[in-house]
Design a protein around this ligand. Structure first.
Ligand SMILES: C[S@@+](CC[C@H](N)C(=O)[O-])C[C@H]1O[C@@H](n2cnc3c(N)ncnc32)[C@H](O)[C@@H]1O
Length: 235
């Protein structure tokens, strides 16, 4: 039994490592298409907590009752972020993703009012300027996924005074991307376009931790997330 679970964990870790190794966007989206039916079960095996942590962060920063807020979940995948949002009373949810099969899983969840196929970095978000009270992106800011150049597009669709909540990984292979992301965010902040409200820099072991094998101490984390909520300023 323990051997079976250990085998399953090793299989999932290998799949995630394979995904991290893909730096070409078209290949990455194709990988997600194939992963879509198993994604939720696989990330549950790894005790993936980024959706919950991001929604915690957003909930702390967002003023007003949750049911009145219009939220965009960028790179929504199968809809794990929507499940967390709905549990906190956020009911007006839109989602976009570049993988048709991941979007199919999200649609089956039945929590989004609108879902659109959109590849960030290659095309604009399908919404007018200043549409959303909050924009989230969880698990998609890394090499081969959403490029840093897409960040202004998130700001464009956020209402003045609205919130943008982002996560990225801090494992060594993602550090160059994370540095570039921070530089982009800092540049936009210095330009007065938005301001940082909250930033969480958790210790590596506390965020996305693989499930411990039965009978063993918990393993060190293979991945983690960093969140920041930024508020576009009135322009
Ligand atoms: C690790 S999953 C995260 C999904 C979901 N946010 C979650 O936390 O479970 C990354 C998602 O980003 C999407 N994605 C990656 N790069 C993208 C891009 N450039 N444009 C749109 N979606 C992208 C993938 O299709 C995939 O569904």
């Amino acid at each position: 039994m323990a051997q079976e679970e250990g085998g399953r964990l090793a299989e999932v870790r290998a799949r995630v490592a394979a995904s991290h190794g893909i730096t070409d966007l078209a290949h990455k989206l194709h990988f997600y298409d194939r992963w879509a039916p198993d994604y939720d079960q696989d990330v549950a095996t790894l005790q993936y907590r980024a959706p919950r942590l991001a929604v915690d962060c957003l909930t702390q920063a967002l003023p007003g009752p949750p049911h009145t807020a219009l939220i965009l979940d960028v790179a929504c995948g199968t809809g794990l972020v929507a499940a967390e949002l709905q549990a906190r009373g956020f009911l007006q949810l839109h989602g976009v993703d570049g993988s048709p099969a991941m979007l199919g899983q999200a649609r089956a969840r039945g929590l989004y009012q609108h879902l659109s196929l959109c590849t960030l970095g290659q095309e604009p978000l399908p919404s007018p300027e200043g549409t959303f009270d909050a924009v989230l992106m969880v698990g998609a800011l890394s090499d081969g996924q959403v490029p840093c150049s897409a960040i202004p597009e998130l700001l464009r669709v956020t209402k003045p005074g609205g919130l943008v909540c982002l996560t990225t990984r801090t494992n060594p292979s993602n550090l160059p991307y994370k540095e570039a992301l921070e530089a982009t965010l800092d540049r936009l902040e210095q330009a007065g376009v938005w301001e940082r409200l909250v930033a969480c820099w958790p210790p590596l072991s506390s965020r996305w931790r693989p499930a411990p094998l039965p009978g063993t101490a918990s393993s060190p984390a293979s991945s983690t997330c960093t969140e920041s909520s930024r508020r576009p300023k009135l322009r």
